[in-house]
Design a protein around this ligand. Structure first.
Ligand SMILES: NC(=O)c1ccc[n+]([C@@H]2O[C@H](COP(=O)([O-])OP(=O)(O)OC[C@H]3O[C@@H](n4cnc5c(N)ncnc54)[C@H](OP(=O)(O)O)[C@@H]3O)[C@@H](O)[C@H]2O)c1
Length: 207
């Protein structure tokens, strides 16, 4: 029995992870399993995830097709998404808003309220954003992805808080490996810095 004043051990959760075969998702699954959580990974290609663990289940599904993964949500505590696709201004995507629509509909169906998802550092027009970011980088390089991420964020922001308790993690450029530097940004501005995937803080946002 825990001594008086000693903190209780953190709750072990049943998590559903989308994007588990990706660079951030693999790290997320690893960290979740290390913390003792049960992970159900919804993936298109199960063979890409070579992690084996008693607390890991794989479900083959497409994040835009609710019926392909709906059963995996049954009885779970929370959903984590590090989904991503490549897109550019000539080939813009609607993947982020479409997949989140399917995921949140499934969550409502299965009465799951907790969601943590990843978008990106420059989805919001911060009042102190660098001119290079707002006028060069976003229009020329990023809008094929950023616009749809922002649409997805707006959908979450307008959701019923009784049905959805969400956290959006907005990392800057993601690298592999150990953390090498700390990036600070001015209030109200997106940062052009970088961080490693190891430090995308999704799990601490759960409880
Ligand atoms: N890279 C950066 O520097 C950076 C910076 C800021 C934010 N972000 C954002 O962070 C997130 C994660 O980035 P990342 O680099 O880890 O991404 P990633 O390695 O490209 O992984 C993307 C994941 O999404 C999965 N996916 C794509 N379409 C799917 C579908 N229809 N159904 C199910 N799964 C699907 C992929 O599965 P498959 O293996 O089957 O393709 C993969 O597991 C992305 O949203 C990205 O935009 C990235």
């Amino acid at each position: 029995m825990a001594a008086s004043g000693e903190s209780a051990s953190p709750k072990k959760l049943k998590l559903v992870v989308f994007g588990a075969t990706g660079r951030t998702g693999k790290e997320l699954v690893k960290q979740a399993l290390e913390k003792g959580h049960h992970v159900t990974a919804v993936v298109r290609s199960p063979e890409k995830l070579n992690t084996q663990h008693d607390n890991l289940s794989l479900v083959k599904g497409d994040a835009c097709d609710l019926e392909s993964f709906a059963a995996a949500l049954d009885g779970k505590d929370a959903v984590l998404s590090s989904l991503g696709v490549y897109a550019n201004i000539f080939n813009p995507t609607t993947f982020y808003s479409e997949s989140m629509h399917a995921i949140t509909e499934g969550m409502t169906r299965h009465k799951i309220t907790r969601l943590v998802t990843v978008t990106s550092w420059c989805t919001q027009p911060g009042p102190n954003n660098d001119w290079f970011l707002e006028w060069i980088l976003k229009p020329l390089l990023l809008n094929g992805v950023i616009k749809d991420m922002a649409t997805m964020e707006k959908t979450l922001e307008s959701s019923d808080p009784q049905l959805l308790n969400y956290t959006i993690v907005r990392p800057c450029r993601l690298l592999e490996g150990e953390q090498t530097e700390t990036t600070r940004s001015k209030k109200g501005s997106a940062t052009l810095g970088q961080q490693t995937r190891l430090h995308v803080q999704m799990l601490p946002n759960l409880c």
